[in-house]
Every structure is written in structure tokens, then in C-alpha cells.
Write a new protein. Structure first.
Length: 339
């Protein structure tokens, strides 16, 4: 067998059903050793509504490092736009068939794959549909055996360090980074009816920010899960109070007894000034060198990395409004180290 037998698929466009996609992804190679030399890649998974207003910043972040990353985008099904052909985001929108019946009823959408428009499931804040989209992104990225780490981001996220630093940090880590905790407001959200209709006990119920950074082993567990996502889907669909995007993954790790997790996210959010049930959104006037440095230095020596204290707590940050693009582009070379 030659090298071509091991090469990953050339693109993200396919006509698989969700069932076929998850089945194929769950059988993706688990061995860390490969029969050919490769540089482990970071899969950047963008869960977005439509356009990426901060795309030029990300393009500068990715520039010159094609061998270190792959990009996957899941957008709202109503979105029909596309980045320009010279963008690293061009052609990276994943197609998402919810089931075979939907495919048959939407032959036109399938034809639109040729124009790089994905047939994606509509997502709603706090709903199980967000988790379905995250799992679909993970499954699509797992089809490429070169992807070693998987990072979930939104259109409001920014990198606060350069790609080589992010790559070295993630590929050198012995753990995944999934925010997870119990008690307090987490336990208060546990519904007694949830206990009656599932076998998920309150002792395993966890909460955390949805913006994860996971290794390949954990990504495989997530896409291979059937019983627990079925429980969340059956009980939480349409119940915003479940806030499945904040509970499913940390609860799954608890149920699996997954020990290789840092129990924190690497994506900063300002919860000191919350806006309702969401973190503070940074506007253009707030974007200064001091803000970015404060985010980079947030946490100090409180964060552990491979068992030792480490000064790096954040690789990314959110939420940044579209009008922050220009000041961020000006600061990127001096403060973030790229562009």
C-alpha cells in the first residue's frame, strides 16, 4: 500500500447522511503512530450563523502555516453566501443531512453542494441542535486522520496568540480542555423529570462553557456516543432551560469517567460584565493593547499544563463585535504575534 492509501479526503463536501457520517467518523484511526510522516494538525471548527465578520483577522492568523491546520464551518441553513475563492475559508462549509428522508425531500439542496452551500440543521441558542452541529463538525474533521486536536469557535471568537504557539500548546498537551464543574447553578438546573426519564444521575450532571479544545481520543468518544445524546435529544429538544450546549459534553465526560481533561476552556469570556445570560460583547472602542494583553495574561499561574503550573490560560477569546476588526488587525502584529 502506498502513501495515497493513507491520505485524507481532499475536501469537506460529501453526500453522506448523518448516520453514515457518524458511523464513518467513529471508525477513524485511533493510533497516534502513522505509517507515514506527518505533522499533527489542529482542526478549527467554526459554528456560525452566516458570514465571518472577523475573517480577515483569522486569515492573517492562518497565513503561511497550511501544514498545521484544517478548517470546518457549520452555518445556519438559510445562509447562502461564501467567502472569496482566495480565502482559506472557501469550500470549508460542511454539508449536513439530518436524515435520509430529508435528503430525498431536498434534492435541490444536495445539488447546491456544488456551490459549497451546506445542508445544515438550523440551530437555536441553548438547544440540543447546537450540540448536534458540534458533533457534526467533529465527525467531519475526524475523517481526516491528520487532525490531532479539535477547537470549537464562533464568529465572535478571536485568537490571542499566533498559530505556531497555539499548535505547540495543543499538540503538546496530555489533556483535553473541556470546561466542567458540578454544584451551584449547575445542580440547580438538574430537572427531576430528567432523572425519571434518563439514567443520568445528578452526581454525573456537569456544566461548562461550550467552547472546547479536545484531542482525537475524546472526539471519537463524542461522535460514537449514541445513548446519552439520545437522552438529551429526547428530553431537552425544545426545552431551552436544559441549555444542552453547556451540559452535554461535560456530563458525557463525567459519565465516561474521562480523566484526561483540564476541566477548563482555553477561550476567554468576560463574565464580570454579563449581558443577560451572555458574556460581555467587546466593541471597537474597547479594543486596546491593554485589553488583549489582559486577556493573554488572565489567570496568571493558576492554570496547569501537563501537571505543572503554566502562565498560559487562554489561546482564544470571545465575544468580539464585527466593528472590532480594524483595531484587532492593527494590534495583531504587536500583541498577538501575527499579521
Amino acid at each position: 500500500m502506498g502513501l495515497m492509501s493513507f491520505l485524507p479526503p481532499s475536501g469537506v463536501i460529501h453526500n453522506m447522511t448523518d448516520e453514515e457520517l457518524f458511523w464513518g467518523a467513529s471508525m477513524a484511526p485511533k493510533l497516534h503512530r502513522t505509517p507515514y510522516h506527518r505533522v499533527p494538525k489542529i482542526a478549527f471548527l467554526f459554528l456560525v450563523r452566516g458570514d465571518l465578520p472577523l475573517r480577515p483577522l483569522w486569515e492573517k492568523f492562518f497565513a503561511g502555516h497550511q501544514e498545521l491546520y484544517t478548517i470546518y464551518v457549520h452555518a445556519d441553513p438559510s445562509y447562502t453566501g461564501s467567502p472569496p475563492a482566495d480565502s482559506v475559508f472557501y469550500g470549508r462549509m460542511i454539508p449536513s443531512q439530518v436524515n435520509q428522508a430529508a435528503i430525498k425531500q431536498n434534492a435541490l439542496q444536495l445539488l447546491r453542494h456544488q456551490s459549497l452551500v451546506g445542508f445544515a440543521q438550523k440551530t437555536k441558542w441553548g438547544d440540543v441542535s447546537l450540540v448536534e452541529a458540534e458533533r457534526r463538525l467533529l465527525a467531519s474533521a475526524l475523517l481526516d486522520p491528520g487532525n490531532a486536536r479539535f477547537v470549537l469557535l464562533s464568529e465572535a471568537c478571536i485568537p490571542v496568540r499566533n498559530l505556531t504557539a497555539v499548535h505547540a500548546f495543543l499538540t503538546g498537551s496530555a489533556t483535553s480542555f473541556v470546561d466542567s464543574y458540578g454544584g451551584g447553578d449547575c445542580r440547580a438546573r438538574y430537572d427531576r423529570y430528567f432523572a425519571e426519564r434518563t439514567n443520568i444521575a445528578v452526581e454525573h450532571w456537569r456544566k461548562g462553557a461550550q467552547w472546547f479544545e479536545v484531542d482525537r481520543a475524546l472526539a471519537l468518544e463524542v461522535v460514537a456516543d449514541e445513548p446519552y445524546i439520545r437522552m438529551f435529544r429526547g428530553f431537552c429538544a425544545g426545552r431551552w432551560r436544559c441549555l444542552t450546549d453547556e451540559h452535554y459534553l461535560p456530563t458525557l465526560l463525567s459519565l465516561l469517567g474521562w480523566a484526561r481533561n483540564a476541566n477548563r476552556t482555553l477561550t476567554y469570556a468576560d463574565w464580570k460584565r454579563p449581558q443577560g445570560m451572555h458574556p460581555h460583547t467587546h466593541e471597537a472602542a474597547e479594543v486596546t493593547e491593554e485589553l488583549v494583553r489582559r486577556i493573554r495574561e488572565d489567570g496568571g499561574d493558576r492554570c496547569f499544563y501537563n501537571g505543572a503550573r503554566n502562565g498560559i490560560c487562554n489561546l482564544f477569546a470571545r465575544k468580539f463585535a464585527p466593528d472590532t476588526l480594524e483595531p484587532l488587525l492593527r494590534l495583531a502584529p504587536k500583541v498577538m504575534g501575527f499579521g
